[in-house]
Design a protein around this ligand. Structure first.
Ligand SMILES: *Cc1c(COP(=O)(O)O)cnc(C)c1O
Length: 358
């Protein structure tokens, strides 16, 4: 079976060696030695000024939205994983959708201003598939209207924009270390904020609001990652350059061999050092997608419809119509992309696309 992705598992010896330290320390959570070591390693390799790692990639979104959204209206993208939208609704804010750019698939910055009202508090945008939003334009709008910017950068491990880590942009940036993501800790995530005061709030919010054992800075929740998860991260970490190199080769194979007369691929924004996280192809019609999906599935190949449906159409959002997002969501599918995918398998996938769509 060939799936859209396959979790990278480090050699078990590597993991055992690291997990042994948990037994030696007899310390399982509350920011132990392994969590701190993983944060240091990630900070250096990602070249970020700060990082707080968390138990998944959704809790940092919820914490940031709780702190900054203040139950107001939040301008957001309909084309993302559901966590982007559900976090907004979960924190009692109202998602106000703005359609996406037809080629980059990120929120269309030219349509943001008309969606702003006196109740708007923040913009929550996704760098979808690791492709940056129009960061400059969003920053200018946020400044003009005094709005917070939160980037869901769940797909962005290792992405750089203008030679800086993408996590350095926005008031808060979040990432996911879920098993299906590029870098993973099984379940895990991270949040980033350049402002020291905001970072402090994010930090104590992820630890019940604690200010020492007996006092509290404010309200908080449990967003802590455990030593067991950090051990997985430390075992995967040394392989990250390999992982990205291997994925790059697969992306290049697809780029070179797919016949793009009937399908198109993702357009990466200029000045981006991309991470080869996903390989979406966009069909002319949803029927083309469904037909090819059937052919794939008959041969035990399972690409995924990332991201479907458009998030303005789910029952608890009931957003306005978003023609571009709805259209793209119905016609986009991510091809298998993971370390260990064989050339014969890639050839089979490409052959199927090229013969089926001619
Ligand atoms: C994976 C993902 C999340 C959620 O991350 P978890 O670690 O699974 O909680 C949020 N947003 C996007 C865009 C994602 O792809």
């Amino acid at each position: 079976m060939i799936n859209v992705t396959k979790t990278f598992l480090p050699p078990l010896e590597d993991y055992n060696r690291i997990i042994q330290r948990v037994w030696d320390n007899e310390w399982l959570t509350n920011r132990g030695e392994l969590v701190l070591e993983l944060e240091e390693k990630l900070k250096k390799s990602l070249e970020v000024s700060n990082i707080i790692i968390t138990n998944n990639g959704t809790i940092p979104l919820q914490i940031a939205i709780k702190l900054l959204g203040q139950k107001g209206e939040i301008i957001t993208t309909p084309f993302s994983y559901v966590a982007t939208t559900s976090s907004i609704v979960w924190e009692n804010c109202k998602p106000v959708f703005v359609d996406i750019h037809p080629e980059y698939f990120t929120i269309d910055e030219t349509k943001i201003e008309e969606a702003i009202t006196t109740r708007t508090t923040a913009i929550v945008a996704t760098h979808v598939f690791g492709n940056p939003c129009n960061i400059e334009a969003i920053e200018a709008i946020a400044k003009k209207y005094n709005l917070w910017v939160i980037y869901d950068a769940a797909h962005c491990f290792g992405v750089k924009y203008n030679d800086r880590s993408i996590f350095e942009f926005g008031d808060v940036s979040t990432c996911s270390f879920h098993a299906t993501k590029l870098f993973h800790t099984g379940e895990g995530g991270a949040m980033f904020a350049n402002d020291i005061e905001l970072r402090h709030k994010l930090y104590y919010s992820h630890n019940f609001g604690h200010n020492g054992p007996l006092a509290f800075h404010g309200l908080g929740i449990n967003g802590k990652i455990s030593e067991l998860q950090a051990a997985m991260g430390l075992a995967v970490f040394p392989y990250m350059n390999n992982i990205i190199d291997e994925r790059k080769k697969i992306v290049e194979f697809y780029n070179l061999n797919i016949n793009f007369s009937k399908v198109s691929s993702l357009k990466i924004r200029k000045n981006t050092e991309w991470n080869y996280s996903y390989y979406p192809i966009i069909f002319e019609t949803e029927q083309d997608l469904l037909d090819l999906q059937k052919e794939f599935n008959n041969r035990n190949i399972f690409p995924r419809r990332y991201f479907y449906p458009s998030l303005n159409t789910i029952q608890y959002t009931k957003g306005a119509e978003m023609p571009i997002s709805e259209s793209v969501a119905s016609r986009i599918m991510c091809l298998p992309l993971y370390v260990g995918l064989k050339v014969e398998e890639l050839e089979k996938i490409v052959l199927l696309i090229n013969t089926h769509l001619c």
